[in-house]
Design a protein around this ligand. Sequence first.
Ligand code: HEC
Length: 310
Amino acid sequence: MRGFQPLFLGIFAIFAFSWLGMTVVPNLQIGSLNPQTDEDGADIYPMPDSGMATRGAQVYAANGCIYCHTQQVRPDYGGSDLERKWGERRSAPRDYIFQPIAFLGKVRRGPDLANVGHRQALTEKGAAAAPSPAAGAAPAPGQSPAAPGSPAAAGTPAAGTNAAAATVAASPAALPPAGTEPAANVQTSAPAMVGNAAALTADGKPLPYTAAWHHRHLYNPRSVNGDSDMPAYHFLYEKRRISGEVSPDAINFAGDVDAGPGAGWEIIPSYDAKCLVAYLMSRDQSHPLKEAKSPVIAAAPAAPATEAKK
Ligand code: HEC
């Protein structure tokens, strides 16, 4: 039994020391962060996610998205994430304060998703797209769309989408109220998702990073990105026979009809799929943070994320 005491004490000390260093000290440093506000208490960032997005986070966890996707933009000294346009600044602890589980991730087989909800604003030039409340991209409750165009407001999940809408809504006529879109979209097997009817490319495909695009990508990644390695999440969608009119929710497979369900059928997102897309579309860390200065000028237009995947 000789030597048992020092052995035990040694092991205990190692655990106690790691617990102090990895739990207690970080918790003292960043355990009680609050949202950042400006002097008037306005321009609050971050904001809690909407209910749908919160549920979407569970769908994200349940489907193992974390095995291929990170949600953290490393600082410029720690990687090339900023060069790849995965964000305009590094991620900071404050970005995650409202997330019960921060899906930081470890391995990247696909692009970082910390700002996937902001890519829409960066890629939609000249085309109007209002994130569809029907698809769950609605702003957090109580969020005022105040000054949506101001760069300072462009970061909160909700204000970001508003800003996207404001900056791209060059032609208000292209933004019909949801539901007023003619049911049939001539070329396509199905109309775009409600509310995103205007967010189509010239050949009728959903514009990147709109809800309609996300659904098509999740259902069949290769119909969006020809050599995608991402698995297809068919089970989040329901295939059903078109009876009468095509459902306004049906996925738009324009330009790649083979990816779709075939004539007479349509693919409808389940509620979980809508929540997942709401979650993805609210991933947005573009709001400036005092502690995470952007090395690049934030106003510099980012390249479309398709380039950033390389
Ligand atoms: C086996 C690895 C893998 C898994 C699991 C995976 N993805 Fe992906 N994902 C990829 C790859 C590779 C790409 C890049 C090619 C593409 O766009 O399809 C990608 C791209 C994406 C994109 C487009 C990002 C951009 O910037 O263009 C989104 C959004 C996305 N994935 C969401 C998800 C979600 C949500 C899940 C879980 C339901 C998921 N992924 C699971 C590998 C994966």
